[in-house]
Ligand binder design. Structure first.
Ligand SMILES: Cc1ncc(COP(=O)(O)O)c(C=O)c1O
Length: 399
């Protein structure tokens, strides 16, 4: 039996077995192209796509024609921001985002900056929150769009999307929300909250990798975006390319399961996460949770083990426990997390921080086993750490 413990669900979730089961026939027995109109294989593929999209529309409480299917959140974010910018170029020239966004947003914004767009990066406080007054103050008549994520991938912090939506509406700017980490974990109804574009990715909510989508508001206001990918005119010319039928079936099933199971998952995972966090805080001295502990996704905990090198800690535990020190997309990069640095952590503390992200299949037994191991390994590392010894001797290491 696999004894490994997977606590890196913000990087990606395992697929739910029910999702795989629904996808399998569409690889061999039902191979149709959803655009083939002349035979039953095509019709059954097209019906499966429609059903998948319907489940997503139900999860988001939006219209089926408001969803564009993509390869994942990165593509969706590119489509939203570049597609919007291309539609409005020459009329607007300014976009507002936040310093703690995922690289999918930050790098897309940087690309737009190179094309001549003016970018404003909102700062965050120590808890990870933006200042809504700063947001209002930065909107001017040239502002096209505000791009703020729903929940942060590293800390789980939930931004006040309703308030941001209201500000955007009042000033008539578009609100693009990267909801990649929120979808399937908490309720995500973009229309209720003034969100005009919302990016999501199936593999973050127990669906397949390489599959995602973008919600694009159809009325009040109707949002127009130019396509990034041209070809056969699929999806109303919004994103060409043969539809990934098994992927769409998988994402739709994952959405159906989320709708059914989200509340139960939320309660159970919050209990497990709180147990993990409380034990770590009680059993390891000089340990703190990074960011706001209230406005937070239920399954995420980002903890700083002071005077411990996070990378070394991960090396000591990673044959059994999988955690991470930042975003999976930047995990090849040894620099400390930009999110934690922007929240005001020192480089030392950012490097001493570990993200635990739990998921639907984790158990209390796994939490206890992982905590036991972390407690033991932190003690081992501190016993060998000159920094820890200096701290014990009363040297102020914060200066
Ligand atoms: C907040 C956030 N946005 C965007 C992405 C990109 O998602 P994908 O890799 O599925 O394109 C991720 C993935 O880690 C994420 O956490």
């Amino acid at each position: 039996m696999d004894h490994r413990i997977y606590f890196d669900n913000n990087a990606t979730t395992p697929m739910d077995p029910e999702v795989l089961e629904k996808m399998l026939p569409f690889f061999i027995e039902k191979p149709g192209n959803a655009s083939s109109r002349s035979h039953a294989f095509g019709w059954e593929a097209s019906a499966a796509v429609e059903e998948g999209v319907r489940h997503l529309a139900d999860l988001f409480k939006v219209g089926e024609d408001e969803i564009v299917l993509t390869s994942g959140a990165t593509e969706s974010i590119n489509l939203a921001l570049k597609g919007l910018a291309d539609t409005w170029k020459g009329i607007k020239n300014h976009i507002i985002t936040c310093e703690t966004e995922h690289s999918a947003v930050l790098d897309t914004c940087e690309a737009l900056e190179k094309m001549g767009w003016r970018l404003t990066y909102l700062k965050v406080d120590q808890q990870g929150h933006i200042d809504l007054q700063e947001l209002k103050d930065n909107i001017d008549e040239h502002t096209l769009c505000v791009a703020i994520m729903w929940a942060n991938n590293e800390t789980g912090l939930i931004h006040p999307v309703r308030e941001i939506g209201n500000i955007c509406k009042k000033h008539q700017v578009f609100f693009m929300c990267d909801a990649t980490q929120a979808v399937g974990k908490i309720t995500t109804h973009p229309q209720d909250l003034g969100i005009d574009l919302m990016a999501f990715s199936a593999h973050k909510f127990y669906g397949p990798k390489g599959m995602g989508g973008l919600y694009v508001r159809k009325s009040k206001p109707r949002v127009k975006i130019h396509a990034l990918i041209h070809g056969g005119g699929h999806q109303d010319n919004r994103r060409s390319g043969t539809l990934n039928v098994p992927g769409i079936v998988g994402m739709g099933t994952a959405a159906e399961l989320a709708l059914r199971q989200m509340k139960t998952d939320e309660v159970r995972l919050r209990e497990l996460r709180d147990h993990l966090e409380n034990r770590l805080l009680m059993e390891v001295s000089e340990t703190k949770v990074n960011g706001d502990r209230e406005d937070r996704l239920p399954h995420v905990s980002n903890v700083v083990f002071k005077y411990v090198d996070g990378e070394q800690l991960m090396v000591k535990i990673n044959s059994v426990v999988a955690v991470s020190s930042g975003s999976a997309c930047t995990s090849a990069n040894p620099d400390p997390s930009h999110v934690l640095l922007h929240m005001g952590l020192s480089e030392l503390d950012a490097k001493a921080s570990i993200r635990f992200s739990l998921g639907r299949f984790n158990t209390l037994e796994e939490v206890n086993k992982a905590v036991d191991m972390v407690v033991e390994k932190v003690a081992e590392l501190r016993a060998e750490s000159p920094l820890w010894q200096m701290f014990q001797a009363g040297v102020d290491l914060e200066i």
